[in-house]
Design a binder for this molecule. Structure first.
Ligand code: YYY
Ligand code: MG
Length: 148
């Protein structure tokens, strides 16, 4: 089944939003397939955001991501990449709808609380980068109550 990489950024951890955010993905019906609290170094953050290295906000973005621990997760489910991005909301919290994570919990684009993969392919790449160890293999016993 489809997987996505979701990361609660240092502001989300500092502000005590970890449980709230995990709860939103859990209650939707997605399956948690990887989870760790980790502080990353500059070269790792630069690798994660390599596609944005030419952007003027790149250095600030890297500083932000390495400023404290983050919660790295793998979530699984039908259309989890697209639906995960909807749960997260628009990149700029000023444009994120209420009810989304960024719409409910963030103000500035450079403190937008959470990352989610933007495609199945980048999800694959990001999961490989953040979870080089083999992920825990488990299947939810409620699957037939979520999927028809
Ligand atoms: O995927 P998403 O996080 O919604 O946005 P990206 O375009 O991939 O940018 C990654 C990250 O960079 C964004 O979450 C905040 C930051 N950023 C910024 O600080 N200023 C911008 N103008 C655009 C993005
Ligand atoms: Mg992105």
């Amino acid at each position: 089944m489809e997987q996505t990489f979701i990361m609660i950024k240092p502001d989300g951890v500092q502000r005590g939003l970890v449980g709230e955010i995990i709860g939103r993905f859990e209650k939707k019906g997605f399956y948690l397939k990887g989870l760790k609290l980790i502080t990353v170094d500059r070269s790792f953050a630069e690798k994660h955001y390599a596609d944005l290295s030419a952007k003027p906000f790149f250095n600030g973005l890297v500083e932000y991501i390495i400023s404290g621990p983050v919660v790295a997760m793998i979530w699984e489910g039908k259309n989890v990449v697209t639906t995960g991005r909807k749960i997260i909301g628009a990149t700029n919290p000023a444009e994120s709808a209420p009810g989304t994570i960024r719409g409910d919990f963030a103000i500035d684009i450079g403190r937008n609380v959470i990352h989610g993969s933007d495609s199945v392919e980048s999800g694959r790449k990001e999961i490989a980068l953040w979870f080089p160890e083999s992920p825990v293999n488990w299947q939810s016993s409620v699957h037939p109550w979520i999927y028809e």
